[in-house]
Structure formats: C-alpha cells, structure tokens
Design a protein around this ligand. Structure first.
Ligand code: ASP
Length: 354
C-alpha cells in the first residue's frame, strides 16, 4: 500500500489502512500513512483530551522554555480541570473511593526520568514527577513517600474527590455486587437523587500523554492519570512506568500510551514505539506496528472478541526528533491533539481494526 492521501486517511479507508498495513508490510523505507508523518519542525502532540495542553506547551516551547517544563505545564491544565474525570482533580477513584494518581515524565537531552505512582491528595502529580526527575537520583517514588516528597516541596494536600466523581463511585458500588448489602438500582424502593443519565456508571480509561519537540530537536514526554476507574487500591497502570506509558530518546523521538495499561506494560508500549522509529518506521507506522504486537500477544480469551481481536482499547502516540508525528488506536474513531505552527487541532488516530 502506498502513500495514503489525507482525505482517504480521514475517511473510512483509514480504518482499513491500519490493518492492511500492519498485516501486509514488508521491510522497507518508512511511508507517510498520515499527514503528521510529513510534518517537520517544532510540534506538541497529546491524547484527544489534550488540546489545552498542546497549545500551552507549544507556546512555551516557542518562548524558549525547556520542552520538559512545557509539556508538564501543558498537562497541568488538564490535571486541574475537575470536569476531566480521568486525570488529576476530579478523576474517578479506586474501589475504596480514594483518588490515586500516577504520572511520569522524561527529558530527552539528559535522558532523565521521574515518576510517582498511587499518590493521594496531590492535584498535579506530573509536577511532582518532574521534581523527582530534577531533584533526586531516583526515578519512581510511590504512595505515602510520594505524598511526603510533594508536601516537602510545597505542594498542598487537598481532597481530589469531587462530588461528581464521588457520586459516580457510589453508583458503581451500589451495583458492583448483587449479593452485598448495598441495594442495586432496581432494588431501591426510594427515589434517589441521581436520575436518568446520571444513573449511568462512568468508567474511564482516560489519561493524558503529551510529547513536545523544539527547533533544536530536543524532546520531552509526560503522562498523567487517575488510572483505571474503581481499580484495586494500589493498582498502578502504565502511566508512571517509564518505557510503558511514555518514553523519550533524544536521538530518536518520544512516545506515549493511553488505554488498557496492563497491555501497554506487558508490551513495553512507548519504548517499543521509539525503537521502531529508530528502525526507520514513520511515527504512524511505528504506532501501528506496536499496536499489532499488542494484539498478537493478547492470549487470554476474556480479552478477545469473537474475531479474536483484543476487546479493549489502547492508543499510542509518537513524535519524532524532526517533528514528524502520528498515532494509532486499536479500534474505532479516535483523535489526538496536535499543535504546530499551523495551530491547534485534532487529527485522526490510525485504527488497527475497524
Ligand atoms: N493507561 C491508564 C492506566 O491503565 C488508563 C488510561 O489511559 O485510560 O492506568
């Protein structure tokens, strides 16, 4: 399959393109599967919820800030937004009703990384991860230690569970087990406050990954999340795992992941995408190749649909040192955020399966 033009990619043809490419490709030069593969120069990309992040980070990069400070400041905007229920303040809690956050960040020029996992009551874990990177000889600090580290650096302890997230958690708890003492909705004799759509139980596989590159080709990447909704307390996903939820190699590029963290960890998602770019694939090709590997390595029946494809979703994002960028999704119509000299916009992720 040769160069796929923008219009074909944006339409239905795009959905087949990923699968056909991933199954049929032989070794050879990288090809432009999507418009981002042809871009050159400073750029910031992020998951689909990340337009405020890419536009802020890009502005900071163009003002001369280090890309690592820029991408962290970018994702701080989403972490602090109570309406985003997948990240930071307002994120959905674990099964105990406690918000536990994960974040990691990596700086290309120094090849340093910093991360925090299962941190509670601190609104901006990406900033704490950046301090781990800048001020310690460690990479990952977890739980109570991470909170104490943050408090020592002037972060404020605050309740991150918004009423909206608490009510969502309660709705999950009512219906979680038909045999417990919490009444399921259809067993309640009294009307409860949440009616209609509010009775739905939101689940998020949501996170923000953001990568940036400046004019000099210096890179940084960050990922921050409240993780899987209603997770087992202490569960850590891919987001704070360097090489899984994000990775950056200043000689090659940066990559990140959102979606089912367990699958991303088991396939070293972000690290693998960067290595595929190093092997000569374009950013979109690299994301597709790793997505295909994740699909091929999914062996458990409960994780497969009737066609033998993974029944969960993952999105991979890649930004090359020269400014080329791309993204792939396991399936479906998904977008990612991009800011370049042409402004901020959403572009389509290349689906592996329709
Ligand atoms: N990857 C995150 C995790 O597994 C969740 C997500 O991106 O939705 O914790």
């Amino acid at each position: 399959m040769d160069h796929i033009k923008r219009r074909a990619f944006l339409g239905m043809a795009g959905a087949c393109a990923g699968a056909a490419w991933a199954h049929g490709r032989r070794a050879g030069a990288s090809r432009s599967l999507a418009p981002g593969d042809d871009h050159r120069g400073p750029a910031v990309i992020a998951s689909g919820n990340g337009r405020p992040a890419t536009s802020r980070a890009y502005q900071m990069i163009m003002d001369g800030h280090d890309p690592v400070d820029a991408v962290v400041a970018g994702v701080n905007t989403v972490e602090s937004d109570p309406n985003d229920m997948s990240v930071g303040y307002g994120g959905l809690p674990n099964e105990d009703g406690v918000v536990q956050l994960d974040a990691s960040v990596m700086h290309g020029p120094t090849h340093k990384a910093g991360a925090v996992a299962a941190i509670e009551n601190i609104k901006n874990p990406a900033s704490v991860a950046l301090l781990v990177l800048k001020r310690t000889d460690h990479v990952l600090i977890v739980g109570e230690g991470a909170k104490r580290f943050a408090l020592a650096h002037g972060f404020k302890e605050e309740n991150l569970l918004t009423d909206r997230a608490r009510e969502a958690w309660l709705r999950w708890k009512y219906n979680a087990n038909p045999n417990d003492d919490w009444l399921d909705y259809d067993q309640m004799d009294f009307q409860i406050q949440q009616e209609g759509a509010a009775r739905e139980i939101p689940y998020t596989y949501g996170t923000i990954n953001c990568s940036g590159v400046n004019e000099a080709g210096d890179l940084a990447s960050v990922t921050t999340t409240s993780g899987l909704s209603y997770k087992i307390p202490g569960r850590v996903g891919d987001s704070p795992i360097v090489g899984a939820g994000m990775f950056c190699d200043n000689a090659v590029g940066a990559a990140g992941a959102t979606g089912r963290g367990e699958a991303v960890i088991q396939n070293c998602g972000a690290f693998s995408v960067v290595r595929e770019m190093e092997n000569g694939l374009s950013p979109t090709e690299a994301c597709l190749k790793v997505m295909k590997r994740i699909a091929d390595r999914t062996k458990q029946k409960r994780l497969l649909n009737e066609r033998g494809e993974p029944n969960f979703n993952v999105v991979l994002y890649a930004l090359r040192k020269d400014g080329a960028y791309g993204s792939a999704v396991m399936r479906g119509d998904r977008s990612f955020a991009v800011t370049t000299s042409e402004g901020t916009r959403l572009e389509k992720c290349m689906p592996l399966f329709e």
